[in-house]
Design a protein around this ligand. Sequence first.
Ligand SMILES: C[S@@+](CC[C@H](N)C(=O)[O-])C[C@H]1O[C@@H](n2cnc3c(N)ncnc32)[C@H](O)[C@@H]1O
Length: 225
Amino acid sequence: MSARERFDEAYYRRHYRGPDRVHSASQVGRLAAGVAGLADWLGVELRAVLEVGAGPGYWRSWFRRRRPAVRYVSTDVSPFACERFGHLLRDISAWRPRGTFDLVVCQGVLQYLDDRRAARAIANLAAASRGLLYLEAVTRHDLDEVLDAERSDTAIHARTGAWYRAALDPHFVQVGAGLWAARSAGIPLYELEGAPVHSTLRRQSSAASAGSQAARFGRTGLQES
Ligand SMILES: C[S@@+](CC[C@H](N)C(=O)[O-])C[C@H]1O[C@@H](n2cnc3c(N)ncnc32)[C@H](O)[C@@H]1O
């Protein structure tokens, strides 16, 4: 089935209106506020944000209201969503943006791609990231243990969390709660802030952060503003 057929008007009606909706604009607004707040805390200034698979555009609405100076690029593969909600028509498995972004948002998208396309999409997300990635992708575990199958779209590629971690690990350090820090950004994390750090990685990450303006020191200064 093509993206045009799959992500049509009926898809957005079912998942964003009525009793089966996945989330509301205000729920996503609270998530966006949390992510933007953590970015501030970690010393990542949000000047440019990329969202892929933006659907109804709830993240963009929050940024437009609360962070109007941010340059926001929203994309989707669905011709219907692009026309209705005003995104660029882009397939993240085939498109690599020219520039880089302080925050990349990819919520509820990768489970729709087969392994080969999902791996390419993660490489493209990584190439676009110079700060943080917010990622939500439903896994096999989530299908079995977390989601309400009656209300969720279960016609997806359910992979293991380990599959995603292996694809993300060369590019990102896991911060937690869906946030990943681009390794190239050298964001200094306290040991217990993120995923377990192995000694080689710790040495690499200290070397990267030594030259970074976001040194731990600077982060405490952020509380003053
Ligand atoms: C479950 S919706 C999530 C929408 C939004 N991110 C949210 O969380 O509300 C999945 C979205 O991913 C888009 N999508 C699926 N495959 C994509 C791809 N290869 N590239 C870009 N967007 C894609 C769909 O068109 C759809 O809008």
